[in-house]
Design a protein around this ligand. Structure first.
Ligand code: SAH
Length: 443
Protein backbone atom coordinates (compact mmCIF):
# COMPACT_ATOMS: atom_id res chain seq x y z
CA UNK A 1 0.00 0.00 0.00
CA UNK A 2 2.87 2.40 0.77
CA UNK A 3 3.76 4.72 -2.13
CA UNK A 4 0.50 3.80 -3.86
CA UNK A 5 -1.34 6.71 -5.47
CA UNK A 6 -5.15 6.70 -5.20
CA UNK A 7 -7.96 9.13 -5.92
CA UNK A 8 -9.75 10.39 -2.82
CA UNK A 9 -12.24 13.00 -1.61
CA UNK A 10 -11.66 14.92 1.61
CA UNK A 11 -14.70 14.50 3.87
CA UNK A 12 -13.49 16.05 7.09
CA UNK A 13 -10.48 17.63 8.75
CA UNK A 14 -8.86 16.64 12.03
CA UNK A 15 -7.99 19.15 14.73
CA UNK A 16 -4.35 18.79 13.61
CA UNK A 17 -5.42 20.20 10.23
CA UNK A 18 -5.17 16.95 8.26
CA UNK A 19 -7.77 16.06 5.64
CA UNK A 20 -9.73 12.86 6.27
CA UNK A 21 -10.50 10.62 3.28
CA UNK A 22 -11.97 7.14 3.06
CA UNK A 23 -10.90 4.73 0.35
CA UNK A 24 -12.26 1.17 0.40
CA UNK A 25 -12.96 1.36 4.14
CA UNK A 26 -9.46 2.66 4.89
CA UNK A 27 -9.27 6.00 6.73
CA UNK A 28 -6.51 8.15 5.27
CA UNK A 29 -5.17 11.34 6.84
CA UNK A 30 -3.86 13.69 4.19
CA UNK A 31 -1.57 16.57 5.07
CA UNK A 32 -2.87 19.92 3.81
CA UNK A 33 -6.07 18.62 2.20
CA UNK A 34 -9.21 20.73 2.68
CA UNK A 35 -12.82 19.53 3.10
CA UNK A 36 -14.49 19.07 -0.31
CA UNK A 37 -11.23 18.69 -2.22
CA UNK A 38 -10.51 15.74 -4.49
CA UNK A 39 -6.97 14.67 -5.26
CA UNK A 40 -4.63 11.91 -6.25
CA UNK A 41 -2.98 11.15 -2.92
CA UNK A 42 0.20 9.24 -2.21
CA UNK A 43 0.25 6.92 0.80
CA UNK A 44 3.37 7.50 2.89
CA UNK A 45 2.59 5.28 5.89
CA UNK A 46 0.08 2.51 6.48
CA UNK A 47 -1.07 0.98 9.75
CA UNK A 48 -3.91 -1.52 10.31
CA UNK A 49 -7.05 0.54 9.53
CA UNK A 50 -5.53 3.86 8.76
CA UNK A 51 -2.94 5.48 6.56
CA UNK A 52 -1.15 8.77 6.10
CA UNK A 53 -0.80 10.44 2.72
CA UNK A 54 0.30 13.58 0.93
CA UNK A 55 -1.37 15.29 -2.02
CA UNK A 56 0.18 14.13 -5.29
CA UNK A 57 -2.10 16.09 -7.59
CA UNK A 58 -5.03 18.28 -6.66
CA UNK A 59 -8.06 17.63 -8.92
CA UNK A 60 -10.89 19.60 -7.28
CA UNK A 61 -9.65 22.62 -5.35
CA UNK A 62 -11.44 24.11 -2.32
CA UNK A 63 -12.65 27.72 -2.75
CA UNK A 64 -10.99 28.32 0.63
CA UNK A 65 -7.52 27.37 -0.62
CA UNK A 66 -4.98 30.15 -1.14
CA UNK A 67 -1.31 30.15 -2.05
CA UNK A 68 0.76 30.16 1.09
CA UNK A 69 2.71 33.36 1.63
CA UNK A 70 5.43 31.56 3.57
CA UNK A 71 8.26 29.60 2.01
CA UNK A 72 8.72 27.17 4.93
CA UNK A 73 5.15 26.91 6.28
CA UNK A 74 4.74 23.17 5.91
CA UNK A 75 8.27 22.28 6.85
CA UNK A 76 8.78 24.23 10.05
CA UNK A 77 5.71 22.81 11.78
CA UNK A 78 4.37 26.22 12.80
CA UNK A 79 1.64 27.36 10.43
CA UNK A 80 -0.29 24.27 9.33
CA UNK A 81 -3.23 26.31 7.99
CA UNK A 82 -1.43 28.89 5.87
CA UNK A 83 -2.97 27.54 2.67
CA UNK A 84 -6.48 28.26 4.00
CA UNK A 85 -8.29 31.65 3.89
CA UNK A 86 -8.34 33.21 7.34
CA UNK A 87 -12.18 33.36 7.56
CA UNK A 88 -12.34 29.63 6.87
CA UNK A 89 -9.61 28.90 9.44
CA UNK A 90 -11.98 30.46 11.99
CA UNK A 91 -14.89 28.32 10.77
CA UNK A 92 -12.73 25.22 11.06
CA UNK A 93 -11.69 26.13 14.58
CA UNK A 94 -15.34 26.58 15.57
CA UNK A 95 -16.14 23.15 14.15
CA UNK A 96 -13.11 21.53 15.82
CA UNK A 97 -14.05 23.03 19.19
CA UNK A 98 -17.65 21.80 18.83
CA UNK A 99 -16.57 18.35 17.61
CA UNK A 100 -14.05 17.90 20.43
CA UNK A 101 -16.50 18.92 23.14
CA UNK A 102 -19.00 16.41 21.74
CA UNK A 103 -16.57 13.56 21.06
CA UNK A 104 -14.49 13.81 24.23
CA UNK A 105 -16.90 15.30 26.75
CA UNK A 106 -20.30 14.35 25.30
CA UNK A 107 -21.14 18.06 25.43
CA UNK A 108 -23.32 19.73 22.81
CA UNK A 109 -23.40 23.48 22.88
CA UNK A 110 -24.53 26.12 20.34
CA UNK A 111 -21.08 27.44 19.51
CA UNK A 112 -20.66 31.16 18.78
CA UNK A 113 -18.19 32.23 16.07
CA UNK A 114 -14.52 32.19 17.06
CA UNK A 115 -13.26 35.72 17.74
CA UNK A 116 -10.66 36.64 15.13
CA UNK A 117 -7.21 37.83 16.14
CA UNK A 118 -6.78 41.61 15.72
CA UNK A 119 -3.52 40.82 13.90
CA UNK A 120 -3.43 37.77 11.63
CA UNK A 121 0.32 38.12 11.00
CA UNK A 122 3.23 39.44 13.11
CA UNK A 123 1.21 38.72 16.26
CA UNK A 124 3.83 36.81 18.27
CA UNK A 125 5.73 38.75 20.92
CA UNK A 126 7.95 35.78 21.78
CA UNK A 127 10.27 33.81 19.54
CA UNK A 128 12.57 30.94 20.33
CA UNK A 129 14.84 29.30 17.83
CA UNK A 130 17.18 26.36 18.22
CA UNK A 131 20.80 26.56 17.09
CA UNK A 132 22.09 23.16 16.10
CA UNK A 133 24.25 21.38 13.50
CA UNK A 134 25.47 24.67 12.06
CA UNK A 135 21.90 25.91 11.54
CA UNK A 136 19.48 28.27 13.22
CA UNK A 137 15.75 28.09 12.52
CA UNK A 138 12.74 26.04 13.60
CA UNK A 139 12.44 22.34 14.24
CA UNK A 140 10.67 20.36 11.55
CA UNK A 141 7.42 18.79 12.91
CA UNK A 142 8.19 15.86 15.24
CA UNK A 143 11.93 16.05 14.66
CA UNK A 144 15.10 17.87 15.63
CA UNK A 145 16.01 18.83 12.04
CA UNK A 146 16.41 22.58 11.93
CA UNK A 147 14.59 24.36 9.10
CA UNK A 148 16.12 27.76 8.34
CA UNK A 149 14.06 30.75 7.23
CA UNK A 150 14.57 34.41 6.34
CA UNK A 151 11.31 35.97 7.44
CA UNK A 152 8.76 34.33 9.72
CA UNK A 153 5.41 36.02 9.08
CA UNK A 154 3.97 35.49 12.54
CA UNK A 155 7.01 37.03 14.21
CA UNK A 156 7.76 40.74 14.34
CA UNK A 157 10.09 42.30 11.80
CA UNK A 158 12.22 43.50 14.69
CA UNK A 159 12.66 40.00 16.12
CA UNK A 160 13.43 38.55 12.69
CA UNK A 161 16.02 41.32 12.15
CA UNK A 162 17.77 40.58 15.45
CA UNK A 163 17.77 36.85 14.65
CA UNK A 164 19.27 37.40 11.19
CA UNK A 165 22.00 39.57 12.71
CA UNK A 166 22.79 37.02 15.42
CA UNK A 167 22.75 34.17 12.94
CA UNK A 168 25.40 35.84 10.80
CA UNK A 169 27.51 36.83 13.79
CA UNK A 170 27.57 33.55 15.67
CA UNK A 171 28.39 31.52 12.56
CA UNK A 172 30.98 34.05 11.30
CA UNK A 173 32.57 34.13 14.78
CA UNK A 174 32.41 30.29 14.99
CA UNK A 175 30.71 30.40 18.39
CA UNK A 176 27.46 28.70 17.34
CA UNK A 177 28.41 25.48 19.17
CA UNK A 178 28.01 27.29 22.53
CA UNK A 179 24.38 28.15 21.71
CA UNK A 180 21.35 25.91 22.29
CA UNK A 181 18.61 28.46 21.68
CA UNK A 182 18.03 32.15 21.21
CA UNK A 183 14.88 33.54 22.78
CA UNK A 184 13.36 36.97 22.20
CA UNK A 185 10.52 38.61 24.12
CA UNK A 186 8.99 41.91 23.16
CA UNK A 187 6.61 44.38 24.74
CA UNK A 188 4.55 45.41 21.74
CA UNK A 189 3.15 48.47 23.52
CA UNK A 190 6.36 49.71 25.19
CA UNK A 191 8.70 48.59 22.41
CA UNK A 192 11.09 46.95 24.88
CA UNK A 193 12.92 43.79 23.83
CA UNK A 194 14.70 41.02 25.75
CA UNK A 195 17.25 38.81 23.98
CA UNK A 196 18.32 35.67 25.82
CA UNK A 197 21.24 33.45 24.81
CA UNK A 198 20.61 29.94 26.06
CA UNK A 199 24.14 28.57 26.25
CA UNK A 200 25.83 25.30 27.16
CA UNK A 201 28.25 27.29 29.35
CA UNK A 202 28.12 30.80 30.72
CA UNK A 203 30.87 32.41 28.65
CA UNK A 204 32.71 32.12 25.34
CA UNK A 205 35.39 34.14 23.66
CA UNK A 206 33.93 37.34 22.22
CA UNK A 207 30.59 37.09 24.08
CA UNK A 208 30.73 40.57 25.57
CA UNK A 209 31.76 42.18 22.25
CA UNK A 210 28.83 40.42 20.58
CA UNK A 211 26.44 41.81 23.20
CA UNK A 212 27.89 45.32 22.91
CA UNK A 213 27.55 45.25 19.11
CA UNK A 214 24.05 43.81 19.34
CA UNK A 215 22.65 46.52 21.60
CA UNK A 216 24.38 49.22 19.57
CA UNK A 217 22.82 47.89 16.35
CA UNK A 218 19.35 47.46 17.89
CA UNK A 219 18.86 50.30 20.42
CA UNK A 220 15.40 49.02 21.46
CA UNK A 221 16.97 45.98 23.13
CA UNK A 222 16.52 46.69 26.84
CA UNK A 223 17.69 43.36 28.27
CA UNK A 224 20.29 40.75 27.29
CA UNK A 225 20.42 37.64 29.42
CA UNK A 226 22.51 34.48 29.41
CA UNK A 227 20.72 31.39 30.58
CA UNK A 228 22.94 28.37 31.14
CA UNK A 229 21.56 24.96 30.29
CA UNK A 230 24.18 22.20 30.38
CA UNK A 231 21.69 19.36 30.85
CA UNK A 232 20.81 16.81 28.22
CA UNK A 233 17.09 17.55 28.16
CA UNK A 234 14.29 18.92 26.00
CA UNK A 235 13.58 21.67 28.51
CA UNK A 236 14.81 24.89 26.96
CA UNK A 237 15.77 26.98 29.98
CA UNK A 238 18.34 26.05 32.61
CA UNK A 239 18.47 27.34 36.19
CA UNK A 240 21.37 29.78 36.00
CA UNK A 241 20.68 33.25 34.63
CA UNK A 242 22.99 36.24 34.26
CA UNK A 243 21.89 39.66 33.00
CA UNK A 244 24.56 40.97 30.62
CA UNK A 245 22.88 44.20 29.62
CA UNK A 246 20.00 46.31 30.92
CA UNK A 247 17.26 44.86 33.05
CA UNK A 248 16.42 41.24 33.97
CA UNK A 249 12.87 41.79 32.71
CA UNK A 250 10.95 43.72 30.07
CA UNK A 251 7.84 45.78 30.69
CA UNK A 252 4.66 45.73 28.63
CA UNK A 253 1.19 47.17 29.00
CA UNK A 254 -2.17 45.44 28.88
CA UNK A 255 -5.33 47.54 29.14
CA UNK A 256 -3.60 50.30 31.09
CA UNK A 257 -1.74 47.96 33.48
CA UNK A 258 2.05 47.69 33.32
CA UNK A 259 3.61 44.24 33.57
CA UNK A 260 7.18 43.26 34.34
CA UNK A 261 8.02 40.02 32.55
CA UNK A 262 11.11 37.92 33.38
CA UNK A 263 12.68 35.37 31.10
CA UNK A 264 11.09 32.38 32.86
CA UNK A 265 7.66 33.96 33.29
CA UNK A 266 4.78 33.21 30.97
CA UNK A 267 3.29 36.14 29.07
CA UNK A 268 0.45 35.88 26.56
CA UNK A 269 2.01 35.55 23.11
CA UNK A 270 -0.68 37.52 21.26
CA UNK A 271 -0.93 40.59 23.46
CA UNK A 272 -3.77 42.32 21.61
CA UNK A 273 -5.99 39.25 21.61
CA UNK A 274 -5.20 38.61 25.29
CA UNK A 275 -6.93 41.88 26.19
CA UNK A 276 -10.13 40.72 24.41
CA UNK A 277 -9.92 37.39 26.18
CA UNK A 278 -9.56 39.03 29.60
CA UNK A 279 -12.51 41.34 28.79
CA UNK A 280 -14.58 38.27 27.99
CA UNK A 281 -13.85 36.92 31.49
CA UNK A 282 -14.87 40.21 33.07
CA UNK A 283 -18.02 40.54 30.96
CA UNK A 284 -19.30 36.99 31.39
CA UNK A 285 -18.52 36.33 35.06
CA UNK A 286 -20.47 38.19 37.74
CA UNK A 287 -17.88 40.48 39.27
CA UNK A 288 -18.55 43.45 41.51
CA UNK A 289 -16.95 45.13 44.49
CA UNK A 290 -18.06 42.26 46.77
CA UNK A 291 -16.59 39.48 44.63
CA UNK A 292 -13.60 37.46 45.88
CA UNK A 293 -11.69 35.75 43.08
CA UNK A 294 -9.09 32.98 43.03
CA UNK A 295 -6.87 33.01 39.90
CA UNK A 296 -5.10 29.66 39.55
CA UNK A 297 -2.12 29.40 37.16
CA UNK A 298 -1.79 33.15 37.50
CA UNK A 299 1.58 33.71 35.76
CA UNK A 300 2.70 37.33 36.16
CA UNK A 301 -0.74 38.25 37.46
CA UNK A 302 -2.32 39.45 34.23
CA UNK A 303 -5.84 38.08 34.82
CA UNK A 304 -5.70 38.74 38.57
CA UNK A 305 -4.70 42.39 38.20
CA UNK A 306 -7.07 42.94 35.27
CA UNK A 307 -10.01 41.70 37.39
CA UNK A 308 -8.85 43.19 40.72
CA UNK A 309 -9.94 46.64 39.48
CA UNK A 310 -13.57 45.46 39.50
CA UNK A 311 -13.54 43.05 42.46
CA UNK A 312 -13.13 43.02 46.23
CA UNK A 313 -10.05 40.83 46.31
CA UNK A 314 -8.09 38.49 44.02
CA UNK A 315 -5.71 35.74 45.07
CA UNK A 316 -3.27 34.38 42.48
CA UNK A 317 -1.44 31.04 42.64
CA UNK A 318 1.49 30.15 40.40
CA UNK A 319 4.32 27.57 40.39
CA UNK A 320 7.12 29.56 38.69
CA UNK A 321 8.90 31.61 41.36
CA UNK A 322 10.04 34.36 39.00
CA UNK A 323 6.46 34.79 37.74
CA UNK A 324 5.13 35.12 41.31
CA UNK A 325 7.78 37.75 42.02
CA UNK A 326 6.76 39.60 38.83
CA UNK A 327 3.09 39.37 39.86
CA UNK A 328 3.74 40.85 43.33
CA UNK A 329 5.83 43.64 41.83
CA UNK A 330 3.19 44.24 39.15
CA UNK A 331 0.54 44.73 41.84
CA UNK A 332 2.82 47.26 43.56
CA UNK A 333 3.81 49.30 40.51
CA UNK A 334 0.16 49.58 39.43
CA UNK A 335 -0.99 50.46 42.97
CA UNK A 336 -3.41 47.55 43.00
CA UNK A 337 -3.58 46.55 46.65
CA UNK A 338 -6.40 44.01 46.59
CA UNK A 339 -4.42 41.31 44.72
CA UNK A 340 -2.20 38.81 46.56
CA UNK A 341 0.03 36.17 45.02
CA UNK A 342 1.25 32.82 46.31
CA UNK A 343 3.96 30.49 45.09
CA UNK A 344 2.29 27.08 45.10
CA UNK A 345 1.61 24.08 42.88
CA UNK A 346 -1.96 23.53 41.70
CA UNK A 347 -1.37 19.81 42.35
CA UNK A 348 -1.38 20.61 46.08
CA UNK A 349 -4.56 21.20 48.05
CA UNK A 350 -6.02 24.41 46.62
CA UNK A 351 -8.97 24.22 49.03
CA UNK A 352 -7.08 26.39 51.50
CA UNK A 353 -7.39 29.36 49.13
CA UNK A 354 -11.09 28.79 48.43
CA UNK A 355 -12.83 29.90 51.61
CA UNK A 356 -15.34 32.64 50.73
CA UNK A 357 -14.26 32.60 47.09
CA UNK A 358 -17.07 33.48 44.66
CA UNK A 359 -15.21 32.89 41.41
CA UNK A 360 -12.30 30.61 40.50
CA UNK A 361 -10.44 31.35 37.25
CA UNK A 362 -8.24 28.54 35.93
CA UNK A 363 -5.82 28.94 33.02
CA UNK A 364 -3.83 25.69 32.96
CA UNK A 365 -1.21 24.46 30.46
CA UNK A 366 -2.25 22.03 27.70
CA UNK A 367 -2.63 19.04 30.01
CA UNK A 368 -5.59 20.68 31.73
CA UNK A 369 -6.69 20.33 35.36
CA UNK A 370 -6.08 17.45 37.73
CA UNK A 371 -9.13 15.68 39.10
CA UNK A 372 -8.28 16.58 42.68
CA UNK A 373 -8.48 20.28 41.88
CA UNK A 374 -11.82 19.90 40.09
CA UNK A 375 -13.17 17.87 43.04
CA UNK A 376 -12.02 20.55 45.48
CA UNK A 377 -13.80 23.29 43.51
CA UNK A 378 -16.96 21.13 43.42
CA UNK A 379 -16.71 20.32 47.15
CA UNK A 380 -16.26 23.97 48.03
CA UNK A 381 -19.39 24.82 45.98
CA UNK A 382 -17.67 27.79 44.36
CA UNK A 383 -20.47 29.76 42.64
CA UNK A 384 -18.70 30.45 39.33
CA UNK A 385 -15.71 29.01 37.49
CA UNK A 386 -14.03 30.51 34.43
CA UNK A 387 -11.97 27.95 32.54
CA UNK A 388 -9.43 29.43 30.10
CA UNK A 389 -8.14 26.59 27.96
CA UNK A 390 -5.49 26.23 25.26
CA UNK A 391 -6.47 22.62 24.51
CA UNK A 392 -10.05 21.65 23.57
CA UNK A 393 -9.47 17.95 24.36
CA UNK A 394 -8.50 18.44 28.00
CA UNK A 395 -11.12 21.18 28.29
CA UNK A 396 -13.82 18.75 27.16
CA UNK A 397 -12.58 16.05 29.54
CA UNK A 398 -12.55 18.48 32.51
CA UNK A 399 -15.89 20.14 31.68
CA UNK A 400 -17.56 16.73 31.73
CA UNK A 401 -16.43 16.31 35.36
CA UNK A 402 -17.74 19.76 36.33
CA UNK A 403 -21.10 18.95 34.71
CA UNK A 404 -21.28 15.67 36.66
CA UNK A 405 -20.44 17.61 39.81
CA UNK A 406 -23.40 19.98 39.59
CA UNK A 407 -22.18 22.78 37.35
CA UNK A 408 -23.73 24.10 34.15
CA UNK A 409 -22.18 25.84 31.19
CA UNK A 410 -23.26 29.48 30.92
CA UNK A 411 -21.10 30.45 27.98
CA UNK A 412 -18.37 29.17 25.69
CA UNK A 413 -16.30 31.51 23.56
CA UNK A 414 -13.41 30.50 21.32
CA UNK A 415 -10.59 32.95 20.55
CA UNK A 416 -8.05 32.75 17.80
CA UNK A 417 -4.79 33.56 19.54
CA UNK A 418 -2.61 31.82 16.95
CA UNK A 419 -3.73 32.50 13.36
CA UNK A 420 -2.49 29.99 10.72
CA UNK A 421 -1.82 27.37 13.38
CA UNK A 422 -4.33 24.79 14.61
CA UNK A 423 -4.33 26.14 18.19
CA UNK A 424 -7.65 27.15 19.78
CA UNK A 425 -8.08 29.15 22.98
CA UNK A 426 -11.43 28.94 24.78
CA UNK A 427 -13.09 30.72 27.68
CA UNK A 428 -15.90 28.85 29.43
CA UNK A 429 -18.08 30.17 32.23
CA UNK A 430 -19.53 27.55 34.54
CA UNK A 431 -21.92 28.17 37.37
CA UNK A 432 -22.99 25.99 40.26
CA UNK A 433 -26.54 24.73 39.99
CA UNK A 434 -28.58 25.33 43.10
CA UNK A 435 -27.90 22.63 45.68
CA UNK A 436 -30.12 21.62 48.60
CA UNK A 437 -28.39 23.88 51.05
CA UNK A 438 -29.08 26.90 48.86
CA UNK A 439 -32.76 26.18 48.21
CA UNK A 440 -35.09 28.18 50.41
CA UNK A 441 -37.47 25.85 52.13
CA UNK A 442 -41.06 27.07 52.19
CA UNK A 443 -43.27 26.16 55.15
N1 SAH B 1 -3.09 33.32 33.44
C1 SAH B 1 -1.78 33.72 33.03
C2 SAH B 1 -0.84 32.53 32.77
C3 SAH B 1 -1.38 31.38 32.01
S1 SAH B 1 -0.20 30.22 31.40
C4 SAH B 1 -1.86 34.64 31.82
O1 SAH B 1 -2.93 34.77 31.21
O2 SAH B 1 -0.86 35.26 31.48
C5 SAH B 1 -0.24 28.98 32.58
C6 SAH B 1 0.54 29.29 33.84
O3 SAH B 1 0.43 28.15 34.70
C7 SAH B 1 2.05 29.50 33.64
O4 SAH B 1 2.43 30.70 34.26
C8 SAH B 1 2.68 28.29 34.35
O5 SAH B 1 3.92 28.60 34.94
C9 SAH B 1 1.64 27.97 35.39
N2 SAH B 1 1.63 26.59 35.90
C10 SAH B 1 1.90 25.46 35.21
N3 SAH B 1 1.75 24.38 35.99
C11 SAH B 1 1.34 24.84 37.21
C12 SAH B 1 1.02 24.20 38.44
N4 SAH B 1 1.09 22.87 38.55
N5 SAH B 1 0.63 24.96 39.48
C13 SAH B 1 0.55 26.32 39.36
N6 SAH B 1 0.87 26.98 38.23
C14 SAH B 1 1.26 26.26 37.15
Amino acid sequence: MKNQIVRAKCEDMTIEGHGVCKVDGLVIFVKGMIIGEEAMIKIIAHKKNLAYAIIDELIVKSPHRITSSCAVAYKCGGCDLRHIKYEYQLELKKKWLSDTLRNVGDITYPMPDIIASPLSDRYRNKVQVPVSDGKMGFYRTNSHDVIEYDDCLIQSKRANGVLSYLKKRIFDDHVDSYFRHILIKEGFVTGEMMVAFILRQEDFNGRDTLVADLVKTFPYISSVIVNVNDKDTNVILGDKEVTLYGSSYIVDELDGIMFQISLKSFYQINQKQAIDLYKEIKDKAHIDKDTRILDLYSGIGTIALFLARYAKEVIGVEVIKEAVENAKENALINHIDNAHFYYDDAKNDMGKYMDDIDLVVVDPPRKGLNNKLIDTIIQKSVKEVVYVSCNPATLARDLAIFLEGGYKINSIQGFDMFPHTTHIETVVLLSKLKTDKHIDVEF
